[in-house]
Design a protein around this ligand. Structure first.
Ligand code: FE2
Length: 247
C-alpha cells in the first residue's frame, strides 16, 4: 500500500508561513509522499516561492507539486520553479517522476492544465485566432500530460493537475465559470493511461469526489474544499480512500 497526502491552493505568502508546518511535521507517520495541486503562492513572486519553500521544504517525505494559475501571475514561473527545486521540491509540468516506496514504484505525471470547459459547454478550436490560440494551449497541455502519463513505468500511477479533469468535482461553483476551472481534454489524458488516481485543485467552492468517464477516481484537494492541511489517499489497496487526517 502507498499512502499519498495531497492538498492544493495553499496560497502561501509571509502571513501563511507556519500555518501548515505542525501538520506537515507529522507526515512521515501518515503518508509516504505529499502532492500539491498548484496555487502554491498568492501572486507567484519569488519572495512567496521562498515562503512556500520554507513551509513545505525539508520534509521527511518527498514533495511533488505542479504550479497553478496564481503561480503564473507575476510571469516568474521559471524563477519560482528554481526556488522550489533548490528546496528539494519536485516541480512537474507535462513531466513525470517515480518515487520508490517500500518496494513499490509510485509514478506521478503532472501539469498545470488549463481551462476550456466540458462536454456540451466547451470552447472549440474554431474561428478567431485568439480562440484557436486559447483552445490550442488547452489541447497541447492535455496532450503532453497524456504522453507523460503513458510513458511512466510504475506500479501505481497518479495524475496531478491544478485545473480539473472532470466537472463533477466543480459542483458548488457557478456553472458559468466551469470553462475557466478545467477541461475535458485533461480527463481524456487521465483516461489514456492506467491512472489510479487524479488529483486537482483550483475549484475552491467545488466538491472533493468525482470520476472520469473511464472510471478513474478524481479528488479535488483544494484546501478550502478539504478544510485541513492534507487528505490521505491509499493506492495499491482496495480503495483510494483512507482516513481523513485532521490537521
Ligand atoms: Fe487556481
Amino acid at each position: 500500500m502507498i499512502r499519498i497526502a495531497a492538498v492544493g491552493d495553499v496560497h502561501v505568502d509571509k502571513d501563511v508561513v507556519g500555518r501548515y508546518r505542525p501538520a506537515l511535521e507529522q507526515l512521515p507517520d501518515r503518508a509516504d509522499a505529499l502532492l500539491i495541486a498548484g496555487d502554491l503562492t498568492r501572486h507567484g513572486t519569488v519572495e512567496e516561492a521562498r515562503c512556500f519553500a520554507t513551509e513545505f521544504g525539508g520534509l521527511a517525505v518527498p514533495v511533488v507539486v505542479v504550479l497553478g494559475n496564481h503561480d503564473h501571475q507575476s510571469d516568474q514561473e521559471q524563477q519560482v520553479t528554481e526556488v522550489l527545486t533548490d528546496a528539494g521540491i519536485t516541480v512537474l509540468e507535462c513531466s513525470s517522476t517515480v518515487l520508490e516506496i517500500r518496494g513499490h514504484r509510485l509514478g506521478i505525471a503532472g501539469a498545470k492544465g488549463f481551462g476550456g470547459g466540458f462536454a456540451g459547454a466547451c470552447a472549440s478550436n474554431f474561428g478567431e485566432r485568439e480562440m484557436k490560440t486559447f483552445v490550442g494551449v488547452t489541447e497541447d497541455i492535455a496532450a503532453r500530460l497524456g504522453e507523460a502519463l503513458r510513458s511512466v513505468e510504475c506500479d501505481a500511477l497518479v495524475a496531478l493537475t491544478h485545473y480539473a479533469p472532470v466537472p463533477e468535482t466543480l459542483a458548488g461553483e457557478p456553472l458559468e465559470i466551469y470553462p475557466f476551472l478545467g477541461c475535458y481534454q485533461l480527463g481524456n489524458a487521465v483516461d489514456s493511461a492506467p491512472t489510479a488516481l487524479a488529483l486537482h485543485g483550483h475549484a475552491h467552492h467545488g466538491s472533493e469526489r468525482g470520476r472520469t468517464p473511464g472510471g478513474v477516481p478524481v479528488r479535488n484537494v483544494a484546501h478550502p474544499v478539504i478544510k485541513q492541511a492534507y487528505n490521505v489517499y491509499q493506492l495499491l489497496s482496495e480503495s483510494v480512500d483512507s482516513e481523513l487526517v485532521s490537521a
